[in-house]
Design a protein around this ligand. Structure first.
Ligand code: FAD
Length: 471
């Protein structure tokens, strides 16, 4: 019988140990992807991620076809679909790369047991993390809750493996069982088609991911440490959606970056990959990061339900230019710069006192890189409820953050064009600008651009008061 490769968040041919093992088995190979929104604990993808997945699967199907492997698409419970495809194809062996959310591990265990019972060989591999979460533990054998010692312990383990090349074309072919058509899944938006600008900015797929890492290492790694906090500069790698869907592996990025070992940006960049590892470490050991505050004290927090304020935040109409620029960049392109993610998230949970989960959910729906571990971990870090989080009293001041990290206002000008003619002195605080300056720039506060929906200093005091009352 043929070998089956179950693709999940690893939509690539190169450095794919499961695919590599299947191709080496000498059997015909069938690839399978299951859109599973029904298994317990599965988190249905948001809109932007669905758009990405559509294009990524199309690209994967073409690449697999090039090496003689058909891709079967199924929708439903992973257990049912895996058993059905294994049964109909007469599969003798099944291969996949490991996942790390507790709910997904439970699914994989059930699938593994059922396949083995049906007589299939099942093998799973490490592919999507540099360090398996159960291998990096404190001296007392416990999971880490703080990043720096986690990363130190991980680095001390070293990385022995080098990335695998894509498999050569398989020599045996087989007829694949029934597949859904991608179009039937309706992953793309129809009316309105909000993805046009996203499509002009991003190219999903392994080929594009490889091109992006190469360009980043050549052109930007050297200045990464200096410029990574400047949202107006394209200083970061923008590999996040490619990594999210596994179009490239962290090991491939690690090796590509490591070729520039003399670069000042290297350690900083590797530690960002380390934050991704840390998020997944937390997700594996503590589970459900998107549901529960890591620090349970925060589940008693007196969050406000202010739907009007939430909507203004989501649409980039808060009256704080750096926040609005970020939220509009997100809405239009499916991505936001990390510095601005922190500022915008802090504004929601501290200035507006709205539950971080609502913000996390909005990001989940709108980010092309919406990641089951990084997104809730990022939100909890900002909210102060997370592991190794920013201390609660650290409330980002959106004016000072804007002036520090977007000093010329280029980022605000790009995303909030109604403020484009304000001088750098006023662009982050238009409500303080003298009337002639506003008139010159064509800004009428309350008409062309909102007045701030809260006063930051008052909001900050309110947030600190609410936190102190938690005891
Ligand atoms: P680079 O600076 O080039 O970093 C390279 C890679 O390292 C990234 O692609 C990413 O995989 C990883 N990385 C970088 N910074 C972080 C970080 N702080 N935490 C974890 N991993 C990191 N990242 C996501 O991938 N998906 C999310 O859904 C997500 N949600 C976030 C929500 C909030 C509120 C915050 C504050 C951060 C969030 N991040 C998320 C982390 C970070 O903002 C993005 O990974 C980063 O902006 C992606 O851009 P880049 O690829 O150019 O990053």
């Amino acid at each position: 019988g043929p070998a089956l490769v179950w693709f999940r968040d690893d939509l690539r041919l190169s450095d794919n140990p499961a695919l590599d093992a299947a191709a080496r088995s000498g059997r015909a190979v069938i690839a399978l992807y299951v859109l599973d929104q029904t298994s317990p604990g599965s988190r249905p993808l948001g809109g932007a991620a669905r758009w990405w997945l559509h294009h990524s699967l199309r690209s994967l199907a073409a690449d697999l076809d090039g090496i003689g492997i058909p891709l079967v698409l199924r929708q439903g419970s992973a257990l049912d679909e895996m058993l059905d495809v294994a049964d109909r194809s007469g599969a003798a062996a099944v291969f996949w790369n490991r996942r790390y959310r507790p709910a997904e591990i439970a699914v994989d265990k059930a699938v593994m047991a059922a396949l083995r019972k049906a007589g299939c060989d099942v093998s799973s591999f490490q592919a999507n993390l540099l360090f398996e979460p159960w291998t990096v533990l404190t001296g007392a054998g416990q999971p880490f809750r703080v990043f720096t010692p986690f990363w130190k312990a991980a680095r001390a383990r070293g990385i022995a493996r080098t990335p695998l090349p894509a498999p050569r074309p398989v020599s045996r072919r087989t007829c694949a069982p029934r597949s859904n058509s991608l179009a039937d899944w309706a992953l793309l938006p129809t009316r309105p088609d909000w993805a046009k600008e996203i499509a002009s900015v991003w190219t999903p797929g392994e080929t594009a991911a490889q091109a992006r890492v190469a360009a980043f290492v050549d052109e930007r790694l050297a200045t990464y440490a200096r410029d990574r906090d400047r949202p107006a500069r394209a200083a970061t790698s923008r590999l996040s959606p490619h990594l999210r869907f596994g179009e490239i592996s962290p090991l491939q990025i690690w090796h590509a970056a490591g070729l520039r070992h003399d670069s000042a940006g290297l350690e900083k960049f590797l530690s960002e990959l380390g934050w991704r590892e840390f998020s997944w470490h937390l997700s594996y050991h503590f589970g459900d990061l998107e549901k529960r505050s890591f620090n349970p004290k925060f589940d008693r927090f007196p969050w406000r339900t202010d739907d009007a304020a939430f909507r203004l935040w989501a649409r980039g109409q808060t009256g704080y230019p750096i926040v609005d620029a970020g939220m509009r960049q997100l809405w239009r392109t499916g991505w936001m710069h990390n510095r601005v993610r922190m500022i915008a998230a802090s504004f929601l949970c501290k200035d507006l006192l709205i539950d971080w989960r609502r913000g996390e959910d909005w990001f989940w729906d709108t980010l092309v890189d919406a990641d089951p571990a990084n997104n809730p971990a990022g939100w909890q870090w900002v909210a102060g409820s997370g592991a190794d989080a920013a201390p609660y009293f650290r409330v980002f001041n959106p004016v000072l953050q804007g002036e520090k990290f977007d000093p010329d206002g280029h980022y605000v000008r790009e995303w909030v064009p109604e403020l484009a003619d304000l001088s750098p002195r006023w662009i982050h605080r238009p409500w303080e600008a003298p009337q002639p300056e506003l008139a010159r720039a064509g800004v009428r506060l309350g008409e062309t651009y909102p007045v701030p929906i809260v006063d930051h200093n008052a909001a900050r005091r309110r947030a600190l008061g609410a936190f102190e009352a938690l005891g």
